[in-house]
Design a protein around this ligand. Structure first.
Ligand code: PBG
Length: 327
């Protein structure tokens, strides 16, 4: 006699309608954030080879990109910029006329309140050595000297109208320093999204092409060791205590354990960044027909939300938003 199970979980998988009814995790476009790259020296959009479907944009194409993001119902955009000139202290980041600050201004004007405009607050796009901070005489990244520059950069970004500042540099005390600088300048309503647990990851490779990074070496003295889980909770707790309005874990899929920990402990919204290398792995395999692009991106973003993120940064945000509508 064959054995007949008493409990049959398959009953709730019998039809698309039943699966939809019992689904535990639902992703909506409003929780997706699209990263955008604005390039000071371009006159036409330029494809980023290692990130199929993603382009560097000239400033006058930004408004169109914001319109597409808003039309797709996205929650926000995260702006990155590639300046024409770099120097040792990343001075273009603090310059009102710097490309990122001009991009913020245009993005806010184009968005007209339809989505949240976020800006990357870090020096690596602006320094000629490619590090996220300024260097000490011995060539190491000088934590406390960098905090002062971040404070000025934050005020410039808030002056330009940025609603959320994405602190991605992994300097100790950066949230407190930026909050103090913003408050002193009267920017009481500008929010801080802290890249709280940001790991030194191979998955940032394509991003380095996207921002034409000049980095020699690596960021292992400030970004976290991929082996460390408890330290992810420490970084998140410190950033929340320093006044972060959002916490982020980055990359996303290889760090879902850290994300789940941070989401369980945090009392502010938690975001995760499905980074360039995670995106490009899907795109490269899909180009070879080794993986189904739509299914893979939807599975990725659903898993990131299931693990505890209420906000997801992804380069596929517009396509995902369309697929979610179709489903
Ligand atoms: C640093 C920064 C990086 C990314 C976002 N902000 C690169 C790095 O830390 O090396 C990576 C994002 C991605 O890979 O998609 N400002």
């Amino acid at each position: 006699m064959t054995y007949a199970p008493h409990r049959r979980p398959r009953r709730l998988r019998t039809s698309p309608a039943m699966r939809r009814l019992v689904r535990e995790t639902r992703v909506v476009p409003a929780q997706l954030v699209l990263p955008l790259f604005v390039h000071e020296s371009l006159t036409e959009p330029k494809a980023i080879e290692s990130m199929p479907g993603v382009e560097q944009l000239p400033l006058d194409h930004l408004a169109g990109a914001i319109d597409s993001a808003a039309a797709a119902g996205l929650g926000g955009v995260m702006l990155f910029a590639i300046p024409a000139h770099r120097d040792a202290t990343g001075s273009q980041g603090c310059d009102t006329d710097g490309i990122l600050n001009r991009a913020i201004e245009q993005a806010v004007a184009a968005a007209q309140g339809r989505l949240v405009v976020m800006a990357d607050l870090c020096l690596d796009e602006f320094t000629d050595h490619g590090h996220c901070g300024v260097l000490a005489a011995d060539g190491t990244v000088d934590n406390d000297a960098t905090l002062e520059v971040y404070g000025r950069m934050a005020v410039a970004q808030a002056d330009a109208g940025a609603q959320v500042l994405g602190l991605s540099g992994m300097m100790d005390g950066q949230v407190a320093a930026v909050r103090a600088a913003l408050d002193e300048a009267g920017h009481l309503e500008t929010s801080i999204l802290a890249y709280a647990a940001k790991y030194a990851s191979a998955a940032y490779g394509p991003f380095r092409e996207a921002v034409e990074s000049e980095l020699q070496g690596d960021r292992r003295t400030y970004q976290m060791d991929p082996a460390n889980r408890i330290e992810g909770s420490l970084e998140a707790a410190l950033d929340e205590a320093e006044g972060a309005d959002f916490l982020m874990v980055k990359p996303a899929l290889p760090y879902l354990d850290v994300l789940a920990d941070v989401a369980a402990e945090a009392t502010v919204p938690v975001a995760a960044y499905h980074v360039s290398g995670e995106y490009s792995q899907i795109e490269a395999a899909a180009q070879r027909d080794w993986i189904d692009r739509r299914t893979a991106h939807l599975e990725a973003v659903t898993s990131i939300v299931r693990a505890g993120a209420s906000i997801v940064l992804t380069y596929a945000a517009i396509d995902i938003a369309h697929w979610l509508r179709e489903d």
